[in-house]
Design a binder for this molecule. Structure first.
Ligand code: SAM
Length: 288
């Protein structure tokens, strides 16, 4: 698969993908990320399913509300609630289908598809993202149940959004930590009524210490999965690779066998209130 190399780098050394995050429909998002072999939502799926099953068993409740932090067009909801896979979604939004359909018709096609295809109807997914068009599309298409358009890095949620946070049982995130950090998590904890669990994938070049501190201060135990990392996507260019390798060197992280092979790698973190002693059956979760 060809990899584009004409992206600008942002302040963190990653390519700037902001141009595809907030388009009127998901076409550019899925197609551009496919050229980069983006795959972290697929890699995350079995882990997130294990966490959902563990929380259902622990809290003896089948209905769970998930907050997807940095949800974009609802990719994690499409996978976890509607049973899609990333390849299905990429094909679903291929140039052949999306280019020929006006947005209204595309939305109607998607709504028909997603409302009928419910692999886990007891999972309610609320998405949080700064990208207004992406959240609006995912909600209108029936991919997500509700959406919050807000930047909790800079301000607390307004009243209606804060209410949506009250009911969450689990917060998840793929591909968004780095854009979101400790302030977002502090605001979520301030408004969450049910002490949600957290299941988070973060690139190795974005240490989650500050987020973990916020969680620990709120009475959580935080765990890191050791011995396994998750490919997020390929580097878009030599320039991006060398920026990332330089970032990792500064952090004292050895890229051998991971980023040195041309891929971003994410780690998995899990957190739950210290009062609940269970951990999901995911090998080698170590308290940090
Ligand atoms: C690489 S995408 C990941 C999307 C999706 N979770 C996935 O794995 O495909 C990063 C997302 O983070 C969102 N984002 C950037 N800054 C944010 C912020 N301050 N709060 C919430 N989301 C943010 C972007 O709009 C984008 O949708």
């Amino acid at each position: 698969m060809s990899v584009q190399s004409d992206f600008e780098l942002d302040d963190t050394g990653k390519i700037d993908l902001s141009g595809i995050y907030d388009r009127p429909d998901p076409h550019d998002y899925y197609q551009t990320l496919a050229t980069l072999d983006y795959r972290v939502p697929a890699a995350a799926e079995p882990v997130l399913r294990a966490v959902i099953a563990a929380e259902r068993a622990e809290r003896k409740r089948r209905e769970l509300t998930v907050l997807d932090i940095g949800c974009s067009y609802g990719v994690n909801a499409a996978i976890l609630k509607h049973g899609c896979d990333l390849a299905d979604l990429t094909a679903f939004y291929s140039a052949r289908t999306t280019a020929s359909l006006p947005r209204r018709e595309l939305l109607s096609r998607d709504r028909d598809f997603f409302t009928k295809r419910l692999s886990d109807p007891d999972l309610r997914v609320v998405g949080l993202d700064t990208a207004e068009n992406a959240v609006a599309y995912a909600c209108a298409a029936g991919v997500m149940d509700a959406g919050i358009v807000a930047d909790l890095e800079v301000q607390p949620p307004a009243e209606p959004e804060a209410e949506l946070i009250t009911d969450i049982d689990l917060a998840i995130s793929t591909g968004a930590i780095g854009y979101v950090g400790a302030p977002t998590f502090a605001h979520i904890l301030d408004h969450a009524g049910r002490a949600p669990w957290f299941a988070l994938f973060a690139l190795r070049m974005f240490p989650i210490n500050a987020i973990a501190d916020v969680l620990k201060d709120a009475g959580y135990e935080v765990f890191r999965l050791t011995g396994q990392t998750f490919r997020q996507r390929r580097f878009a260019s030599r320039k991006e690779a060398s920026e990332v390798l330089a970032n990792l060197a500064q952090l004292g992280i050895d890229p051998a066998g991971r980023e040195s092979e041309g891929w971003y790698h994410a780690e998995f973190y899990f957190a739950r209130p210290a009062s609940e002693t269970v951990t999901p059956p995911i090998a080698r979760l170590v308290r940090i």
